[in-house]
Design a protein around this ligand. Structure first.
Ligand code: 5GP
Length: 117
C-alpha cells in the first residue's frame, strides 16, 4: 500500500489539524488520542512516511526505529505509568482494523486495562 500523504496523522504532523502534543524529537511525534480508551492514551508516530508497522520495520532506518522505541519508554515514564503498567498496540492493515494509514503505536495505561484477549 502506497503512503497517502493526506491521512489524518500526516495532517497533524504538518500542523494542519490540531492535537494535544505530548512529545517531539527529530524522528518522533506523540499526541493524545482524540477518543481515549484509558486515562493515558497516547499515539506515538514516526515523522517519516510509513504506512504501518510492516512498512516501518522494513524500511525505516535503525536510527528511526531506535528513536521510536526509546520515545515510547520515555513517554510512559513521563506519564508515570511505567511502574503500574501499560499496554502497547499497533494495528496493521485490514484484519487488525487499522484506521489511519500512518504507523502509530497506542500507549494505554493509567488504569487496570483488563485482559487483552
Ligand atoms: P488505528 O485503528 O488506526 O490503530 O487507530 C487510530 C486512532 O487514531 C484511533 O484510536 C482514533 O481515536 C485516533 N484518531 C483518529 N483521528 C484522530 C484525530 O484527528 N486526532 C487524534 N488525536 N486522534 C485521532
Amino acid at each position: 500500500m502506497a503512503y497517502d500523504s493526506n491521512n489524518i496523522f500526516a495532517k497533524i504532523l504538518r500542523g494542519e489539524i490540531p492535537c494535544t502534543k505530548v512529545f517531539e524529537n527529530e524522528h518522533v511525534f506523540a499526541f493524545n488520542d482524540i477518543a481515549p480508551k484509558a486515562p493515558v492514551h497516547v499515539l506515538i508516530i514516526p515523522k517519516g512516511a510509513y504506512v504501518s508497522f510492516a512498512d516501518f520495520s522494513a524500511k525505516a532506518t535503525a536510527e528511526e526505529i531506535v528513536a521510536l522505541n526509546r520515545a515510547v519508554g520515555e513517554i510512559a515514564r513521563e506519564k508515570g505509568i511505567d511502574v503500574t503498567g501499560y499496554r502497547l498496540l499497533a494495528n496493521h492493515a485490514e484484519h487488525a482494523r487499522q484506521d489511519v494509514p500512518h504507523y502509530h503505536v497506542h500507549l494505554l495505561g493509567g488504569v487496570d486495562l483488563g485482559p487483552c484477549f
